[in-house]
Design a protein around this ligand. Sequence first.
Ligand code: SF4
Length: 438
Amino acid sequence: MNERDSEIMAQLLGEKGYVETGDSDQADLIILNTCSIRAKAEQKVMSMLGVLRKQKQHNPKLKICVAGCVAQQEGQQIIERMPHVDLVIGTQSLYQLTELLDDFGEHPVATRLSKDYQIPPFIPNLRADNHQKSPLTIPFKKFLTIMQGCNNYCSYCVVPFTRGNEISRNVSHILEEAYSLVEAGIKEITLLGQNVNSYGRTNVVSTETIDYSFADLLRAVSTIPGLRRLRFTTSNPKDLSDDLMRCFADIGILCPQFHLPVQSGSNRILSLMNRKYSRELYLEKVAALRSYCPDIALTTDMIVGFPGETDRDFEETMSLLEEVQYHGSFSFKYSDRPGTRSATFEDKVEETVKSERLRIFQSRQDEIGLKHNQGYVGKIFSVMIEKIGEDSIVGRTGTNHLVHIADTVCSYLPGEIVSARILHAGQHSLRGELVGKD
Ligand code: SF4
């Protein structure tokens, strides 16, 4: 979501004549787009702002802007702590970025979260300067935001406070954007939302329901001629419908990959997390997904060391990992986030215990991931090319695995799909040989 927000800001600025520079010393404007999902990310922002203070002393005309979730959450406090910051722009205000830059005067400005927030009908999604680019660098895949915010209030999560209440974009606006992307040469679209499974429950203009489910939306986008691949993220298991799972059997271009965050294998911890599903329900969803798409690659998010997590709870997390056999996961030590309910929970887990649990989880996950990868050896996959090197190409399977393919002819372009036989499996990528073009 943040990556897409950075892209939107870059495009809004590009339309106003700003040009990107890779050298921050040359910049007139520096924007830090921030994440506050974990304490570590937030600390990095503050330390980067400390570095930029010195840069501003050398170049007083430099404008420094903090955007994203830390900006939304900390607002005016950032300006108080870091007076060299000119603009603090929350997640909901990014579409007004250029107006805010035009308007602000001498004094720093911090935007606030609004209840009447709306996503504009048309969000810029492609730069108009594709014709000036080398065919090797023209984009072939894009994110498309379909909704914003979240109403779930998981007890550890800042998102409802930093991105506000959930709102869905209108179907017609999403389809218009998707068609324009494909017309411009985009081959793969990833639909983005904090919880795509609840798409349509609240729309942009009011709290009325859009009579269109996420599965309906997937089916509509999948019919766009010329689109080769479709993905989405993220899904809360409690709202995962059978209709959506069936899409993996019905929609040919829907990639066989599913990120289904579980967060813990213990029902007691899931309840403390306010996740509103049980381990048993989660496992039922996994079984159903695999019945519709046996080769689906499942990934998850896992938090270890949630307040009150006992050895027994952690064992249940490990047994869930054994049962599901994820292809990969993003796993983290729990950290308190300001304003969340779990920050007030007592019975915090010792840092050393959290670190040890994370080590145990990650090392077992690595073994399982490698075993999945080794199972691909000898099989043929469709691979969408992402990068062309001197004597190799790098692409991605529908299951989202990176594949390195030896190729001295290099007659392909990014976005094209080839068939490749997997020859070797590593922990994080595969190596294959070309079999032909799809
Ligand atoms: S569903 Fe996801 S984004 Fe929403 S509160 Fe829970 S963890 Fe945060």
